[in-house]
Every structure is written in structure tokens, then in C-alpha cells.
Design a protein around this ligand. Structure first.
Ligand SMILES: NC(=O)c1ccc[n+]([C@@H]2O[C@H](COP(=O)([O-])OP(=O)(O)OC[C@H]3O[C@@H](n4cnc5c(N)ncnc54)[C@H](OP(=O)(O)O)[C@@H]3O)[C@@H](O)[C@H]2O)c1
Length: 222
């Protein structure tokens, strides 16, 4: 069994996630922040690539009292478990991520004793895969076993490409933002892999707020 995987992204009109890999995106509106918080509030866990954490240094927290109350009524913890995927574990223990009030899990393929000692007081580990990286299919299975029924995948593009390659995305919430970025170092919504078959989504929801479009696509697994 695996969790339902809901991928949530905001992109520019040319499909970019931010201006440079080291920056958080500056273009999504307040409406998109509300949308993101609403979608994330439904999840038992949030998964991010280490590249995204290096750009943000924080996890995404739910603040809206109504969303927090709805989580309590559903029997969920106040905040989703934050899961960060990394091969290198090149992450800094002084970042806010490691002090924020939520459970966190470092997902990696291999872990040395030194790495475990560096992070141990602040974080749990899920070691799954090998030195080439995490086996995401197996990781989803293990997350489901520990109660994660709904996973919000928040990017970035490297993780997104792997999830599509493995056929592990159930739905994509895409916010199309009215800016063009075009920079040669601007990361794309999915990158780094040639997909053997092109995943094709079914459009199940569209909403316009101001100049942004909020789209939801469903994908068949596998
Ligand atoms: N607009 C949006 O909605 C949105 C959403 C998310 C991110 N972003 C932006 O996207 C950019 C970051 O994206 P990105 O593509 O560079 O990074 P990413 O996908 O978030 O992270 C890439 C990193 O994830 C780890 N990783 C990837 N595959 C792995 C595997 N199989 N096993 C273990 N670890 C694995 C590696 O970490 P290590 O290097 O530590 O080994 C890799 O360097 C930032 O600019 C951020 O602001 C925007």
C-alpha cells in the first residue's frame, strides 16, 4: 500500500519554479499561498527535495486556525510530518527547519554513523535505497506503514521528474502564475530525466483567481 500523492506546484508561464535554484519563488500571490496551505493541510506528510530546503531553509507550516481545527477533527497531528529527501545530507542543523514545531524525517539511501550523530537529536531517519539515492517506491510503502495515507509532494523539479518516471503521482495541483522567467539557471517543474513515456493527466478542476489559474490534473498510477 502507498499514500495518495498530491503534487503541488506554482509555475511561471514558461514552466519555471523560481528564478535560480538557490532562491524561493518570488512570484506566487497571496491567493496561491492560501491554496498551498489548504492543500498541504490535508496531508499527513509533506515531501521535499533537499534542493528546495536549501532554497527555503524552513518547512511549510499550517497557521490557519480553521485548517488546524479540521486536522484535529480528522485525527491528524497539528502539522504534517516533514520529509526531506537527500543523498548527500548536506544540510545545516542550524536551519529553522530543525527547530520548527513539527515531526521531521530525513529520507536517504545511505547513512554514515557521523551523519547520524550530527542530525540525531533533531530528526528521525528513513534509510531506504543505496548510495545512488532513495528508492521512492519503497519509501512510500514504508511511509504508508507509519500512517501516511496522504502525501503532499512540494518539489522541486528533480523529485518531481523521478516521481513521474516511477508513475507515483496521483494528482497535480498546478498554479499558473502570470510571469515569464526564462533564465538559463531557472529550475523547471520537472527536470533531469528523460521520461520513457509521457505521463498524461486528466484535467479535473480549473479555477481562476485574478491572473492566476489553479488547475488540478489526475494521473493513473504506474
Ligand atoms: N514554485 C514552486 O512551487 C516550487 C516548489 C519547490 C521548489 N521550488 C524551487 O525549486 C528549486 C529547487 O529545486 P531542485 O530541483 O534544485 O531541488 P529538489 O528537487 O527540491 O532537490 C534536489 C535534491 O534532492 C535530493 N534528491 C533527489 N533525488 C534523490 C534521490 N533519488 N534520493 C535521495 N535524494 C534525492 C538531492 O539532494 P542532495 O543534493 O542533498 O543529495 C538533490 O540534490 C528552488 O529554487 C525552489 O525554490 C519551487
Amino acid at each position: 500500500m502507498q499514500p495518495w500523492v498530491s503534487l503541488i506546484l506554482a509555475v511561471s508561464l514558461d514552466g519555471k519554479l523560481s528564478q535560480t535554484r538557490h532562491q524561493r519563488p518570488g512570484f506566487p500571490s497571496v491567493n496561491d499561498q492560501v491554496h498551498l496551505e489548504t492543500q498541504v493541510s490535508r496531508a499527513d506528510a509533506v515531501l521535499l527535495g533537499a534542493g528546495t530546503i536549501r532554497a527555503y531553509s524552513t518547512a511549510f507550516l499550517i497557521h490557519n486556525p480553521e485548517l488546524l481545527q479540521a486536522r484535529t477533527l480528522r485525527g491528524q497531528s497539528p502539522q504534517p510530518l516533514t520529509v526531506v529527501a537527500s543523498r548527500s545530507l548536506d544540510l545545516d542543523i542550524t536551519w529553522p527547519l530543525f527547530r520548527q514545531p513539527m515531526d521531521r524525517l530525513l529520507l536517504t539511501g545511505e547513512l554514515s554513523l557521523e551523519q547520524r550523530a550530527y542530525f540525531a537529536p533533531h530528526v528521525e531517519f528513513l534509510v531506504c535505497g543505496d548510495s545512488t539515492g532513495v528508492d521512492f517506491r519503497q519509501a512510500l510503502h514504508l511511509l504508508h506503514e507509519r500512517g501516511v495515507k496522504r502525501l503532499a509532494l512540494l518539489g522541486g523539479g528533480q523529485l518531481v521528474a523521478q516521481f513521474f518516471a516511477l508513475g507515483l503521482v496521483d494528482e497535480l495541483w498546478l498554479t499558473l502564475c502570470p510571469v515569464v522567467i526564462a533564465g538559463k539557471d531557472a529550475p523547471s517543474a520537472a527536470e533531469g530525466l528523460d521520461l520513457p513515456a509521457l505521463p498524461r493527466g486528466q484535467l479535473v478542476e480549473t479555477r481562476r483567481l485574478g491572473d492566476e489559474l489553479f488547475l488540478c490534473y489526475r494521473f493513473a498510477r504506474g
